[in-house]
Design a protein around this ligand. Structure first.
Ligand SMILES: O=C1CCCN[C@@H]1CCCn1cnc2cc(F)c(Cl)cc2c1=O
Ligand SMILES: [Mg+2]
Length: 485
């Protein structure tokens, strides 16, 4: 029957799996960690892709497409950055009945695929900056429990790979891209994120520094890395001989960045906004923003009602909204209400005989259930207002909830209490890696260890003499900590 079996605040994991399936976003697949992304997901992905692709085009970043496959020798080129990842690499070892001479890896990320060609293409400073992006899938044969969108063995992402003559250009682009990721989360998905820098321990080992946008899931009290923008420094330039003759005729290595966001964004949206009726879609990314449902009455003029629904959809579409009518005659209005609530459609319009007689429609918001009657005359204006109000209310509600999960601590005991209270913890830290490793060791358990999430760019004042929460040494910065995905 209709409705969810599980409640968000009682069985979060089961609730999540049920929502992504019942909202027709995901279909489970017979290979663990692999999921079918149904149209209800793809339209959301395409809205984000359309935005991001247009933005990087403004930055003169070009799309390319590199092969899915990497030879073993090339993949091994970058020893230290893949050493920890080796178990995740998926290999092709046969074609048909015959063994391949050399096994071929499926890309888990494309540095080693791309950079030999960066080396070939970049000769002089006029070849710089080289700025490429690709929209593709990647495969990482992870073993920790798979979760649709959040942790899957194959996922869609974009990966940007850029090369510059100077560090200054690279540093600037890292932050420009990070701002686009903030927009994806805060302005499209209505999810608050923290912009910051990863610690040396948590950063991409092959890079120079990593910046990220960090989200938080109140129900599980876990942080989640939303997207990353790395400065790779000259590490990969050294390894792949990506150098150029600068304008003084001197050979110099390039400065590189790489950055990505993935379909994980969609999972965070489900987790943050979903409720016990199912998915709740922010209007900016909703596949259908307005669903129009006829409420025929036994002897009422059904044709008039249906045509009113169709003309309402028409008017909304002409105004640029993604509107549909559910005119199916084999489902009751009540069934349709539950169905489209499960799918998270932000606004429902009901048209029955009374509405027709009064030349009005009944609108119902998905986020707070508020109902109101709108005259047909200024429907488009009202719908525009209500949808932007829903977008804003979803963000504000999520921000309020996330802020309520943030705990500022100064001592280890306060830290442990906050961790057990499922908080996102802001603590003064001495910035020593050994201390960070110690925090992980001291918080190991079946829920997973606490780790540093990021050092926020927006640093609160650090009073003279403040001590590190974990080591008691002089603190150097405020850093977010927590359990994470
Ligand atoms: O995060 C990004 C942005 C887009 C391009 N890539 C970087 C770094 C990716 C790290 N990383 C992440 N996961 C990996 C898994 C693997 F199996 C191997 Cl061999 C390597 C990696 C790996 O390097
Ligand atoms: Mg990984």
């Amino acid at each position: 029957g209709l409705g969810l079996t599980y409640k968000k605040n009682e069985n979060f994991g089961e609730w999540y799996s049920e929502v992504v399936v019942n909202s027709e976003m995901i279909e489970y697949y017979d290979i663990s960690g692999c999921y079918i992304l149904r149209p209800w997901t793809m339209t959301i992905w395409e809205v984000l892709q359309t935005f991001f692709d247009a933005e990087i085009k403004k930055m003169n970043i070009k799309n390319a497409y590199f092969p899915l496959f990497v030879t073993e020798s090339v993949l091994q080129r970058e020893k230290d950055h893949i050493e920890g990842f080796a178990p995740e690499v998926a290999w092709v070892t046969k074609s048909g009945q015959s063994e391949l001479e050399v096994p071929i890896a499926i890309r888990p990320t494309s540095e080693t695929v791309m950079y030999p060609y960066f080396s070939k293409w970049i000769r002089g400073h006029r070849d710089l900056p080289l700025k490429l992006n690709q929209w593709c899938n990647v495969v990482r044969w992870e073993f920790s429990h798979p979760t649709p969108f959040i942790r899957s063995r194959e996922f869609l992402w974009q990966e940007g790979h850029t090369a510059f003559a100077t560090q200054a250009e690279a540093d600037q682009e890292v932050l420009e891209i990070l701002e686009l990721y903030r927009k994806i989360y805060e302005e499209f998905l209505a999810i608050p994120v923290v912009k910051g820098r990863k610690s040396e321990l948590e950063k991409f080992a092959g890079g120079y520094y990593t910046t990220s946008v960090e989200a938080f899931i109140p129900n599980t009290g876990r942080g989640i890395q939303g997207a990353t923008s790395h400065c790779l420094g000259q590490n990969f330039a050294k390894m792949f001989q990506i150098n150029f003759e600068n304008d003084k005729g001197v050979k110099a290595m390039v400065w590189q960045n790489s950055w990505a966001y993935s379909t994980r964004t969609i999972g965070v949206m489900v987790m943050v906004h979903g409720d016990d009726k199912g998915l709740v879609l922010p209007p900016k990314v909703a596949s259908v923003q307005v669903i129009v449902i006829p409420v025929p009455f036994k002897d009422a003029n059904t044709d008039a009602i249906f045509s009113a629904c169709s003309s309402t959809v028409q008017a909304l579409r002409e105004a640029g909204f993604r509107a549909e009518a559910d005119l199916r005659d084999n489902y009751s209005p009540g069934w349709k209400y539950s169905h489209w609530e499960m799918k998270g459609v932000p606004l429902r319009i009901e048209i029955g005989p009374k509405d027709l007689a009064n030349n009005q429609v009944r609108v119902v918001r998905r986020d707070n259930g508020a109902k109101s009657d709108i005259p047909m005359g200024n429907l488009v204006e009202k719908v525009k207002e209500i949808l932007s109000s829903i977008q804003e209310c979803l963000f504000n509600a999520a921000k309020q909830k996330r802020d309520a999960c943030i705990k500022i601590v100064n001592t280890w005991d306060e830290f442990i209490a906050a961790l057990n209270d499922k908080k996102m913890i802001l603590a003064p830290w001495c910035d020593e890696e050994e201390v960070e490793k110690d925090v992980k060791a001291r918080t190991k358990g079946e829920l997973g260890a606490a780790k540093s999430l990021c050092t926020p760019f927006d640093q609160p004042r650090l009073p003279e003499g403040t001590l590190c929460f974990a080591s008691g040494k002089p603190a150097k910065k405020w850093t977010y900590w927590g359990r994470s995905y």
